[in-house]
Design a protein around this ligand. Sequence first.
Ligand SMILES: NC(=O)c1ccc[n+]([C@@H]2O[C@H](COP(=O)([O-])OP(=O)(O)OC[C@H]3O[C@@H](n4cnc5c(N)ncnc54)[C@H](OP(=O)(O)O)[C@@H]3O)[C@@H](O)[C@H]2O)c1
Length: 266
Amino acid sequence: MAEKEMRTLSNGVNMPEIGFGTYLLDNLQARSCVGQALQDGYRLIDGAAFYGNETGVGQGIRDAMQSGVSREDLFVVSKVWKDSMGYELTMASFEKTLRELQLEYLDLYLIHWPSGDHELDRSSWQALIDLYKSGKARAIGVSNFKPEDLMPLFDMEIVPMVNQIMVYPGWKQDTVTSFCRQHGIQVMAWSPLGRGRVLNNHLLRQIAAAYGKSTAQICLRWEIQKGFVPVPKSVSPARIRENLDVFDFELTTGQMQAIDSLPPME
Ligand SMILES: NC(=O)c1ccc[n+]([C@@H]2O[C@H](COP(=O)([O-])OP(=O)(O)OC[C@H]3O[C@@H](n4cnc5c(N)ncnc54)[C@H](OP(=O)(O)O)[C@@H]3O)[C@@H](O)[C@H]2O)c1
């Protein structure tokens, strides 16, 4: 039987193996969905300055803390957006995120996208290194970085601990994920349900029926067994709960390989 575990990042920090995504939630939805997700047992919340809802995310976190969830058990993630690249702007964006969330520190801070300019990426990365060294971010990483975007950071004092990329069945990103594995970088999977585009796939439906699970749960289980950290998003209380209910079954090697072989689904 599968059990919920933690992923240990290269700096020794433990990260939950599934999280709740907050893209496309307005502030009110963010408050209620994050509050509910935390009550249901999620401990990782994936946010970003770009989502424009960090005030609501912070309120949802505080609601849960008032009901007994402790800050130390949470793993709060945010990201610096493209318009705030460079050392000073990255620092300012981080402080704005902390103010909006009303938190003292983040568990993980990411560069949301590579800028296309390695020097600019390096100067934002230096800001993240300094935030990490000051204790304001317990771990740091990047998002949507390919090997050629990651390599220019490798001669800096600290190497990214996480790379958050789009991964779902039929979009498994072998080149980036194996590069990350080789370099001890934990992969997080965004759009782990392919934003719904894979949920009617015949193979996934067959496997789901065999376990009495939904196709969404099969996607999440596949990502977890591949060692990724998926961050599904939902506004539906039932689906928020459903997406966390993936720890009472385990896909076989054959099923994992069959899902690995799915062609790209646009
Ligand atoms: N780093 C990046 O560049 C980046 C980019 C995109 C996303 N992300 C992160 O990844 C998170 C998730 O990605 P995403 O929101 O793009 O896509 P997703 O989680 O793959 O899919 C969300 C969609 O699937 C539906 N859904 C959720 N659970 C379901 C279930 N059990 N059964 C059927 N449908 C279900 C949702 O509808 P309902 O809401 O109606 O349930 C929504 O339409 C984001 O919220 C964000 O935190 C990061």
